[in-house]
Design a protein around this ligand. Structure first.
Ligand code: C5P
Length: 226
């Protein structure tokens, strides 16, 4: 089993880099942010008290989140688009702060990797908590302004109108919570390669990460990844 982890804050380029890297290596992609978003969406839809840990505990045990290529399916319903909305984005912190939700999703993430064998996984805690023995670990960052601009462009492209300043302040709030969380706070693993993606073309970044992974694979196995 080969695992490459890509962690970092919102808008640092993780999703694009992880998706393209997985395509180029022919490995599976695991978008763990999508799992937290899907659980948050389920919580909103079930109208649970988002501050109530036992309500999250009950809910998460009953949910089935599936990640077929390019999609997110919650209890059989395609939720790929709705989980990217401003409302779900804002509420996801409640699901992410819940110990029961984290435990269940970490179990699912490890089971996914065991099942598919070769995986590029992205999130906040993949290199630190979920896959501490991952083969290669990366932590992407970028300036707050660049990350907010990327997220603002994504909302606009999906037809959601939200002020840039609002995206910037949401993003800073989210980072602060992700970094301060008692369980699995967002931080680079000690053995992660930290990359600042500000001003870097993401295709160029993917190519350099791919070269790094292939080189490491060759060193370890003497074989080229396929
Ligand atoms: O990466 P994305 O923006 O989709 O993640 C949404 C939220 O899910 C993050 O702000 C974070 O609170 C949470 N998350 C997490 N652990 C992960 C992935 C995401 O807590 N591994």
């Amino acid at each position: 089993m080969w695992v490459v982890t890509i962690d970092g804050p919102a808008g640092a380029g993780k999703s694009t880099v992880a998706r393209r890297l997985a395509e180029r290596l022919g490995w599976q992609l695991l978008d763990t942010g999508a799992m937290y978003r899907a659980v948050a969406y389920a919580g909103i839809r079930a109208e649970i008290d988002l501050e109530d840990e036992s309500a999250w505990g009950d809910l998460v045990l009953r949910l089935i989140v599936e990640l077929p290529p390019g999609r997110v399916v919650l209890d059989g319903e395609d939720v790929t688009a709705v989980i990217r909305s401003v409302e779900v984005t804002r509420s996801t912190r409640h699901a992410a702060d819940s110990p029961s939700v984290r435990k269940r999703l970490v179990d699912c993430q490890r089971a996914f990797a065991k099942d598919v064998r070769n995986v590029v996984t992205e999130g906040r805690d993949q290199g630190t908590i979920v896959f501490p023995d991952a083969f290669r670990k990366f932590f992407l960052t970028a300036t707050d302004e660049e990350r907010a601009r990327r997220r603002h462009d994504e909302f606009t492209a999906r037809g959601e109108t939200i002020a840039y300043d609002s995206v910037l302040s949401d993003l800073k709030d989210r980072d602060a919570r992700d970094e301060a969380r008692a369980i699995a706070p967002m931080r680079p693993a000690p053995d992660a390669k930290v990359i600042d993606s500000t001003g870097i073309d993401l295709d160029v970044l993917v190519a350099s990460i791919e070269a790094d992974v292939r080189h490491a694979l060759l060193e370890t196995t003497g074989r080229v990844a396929h």
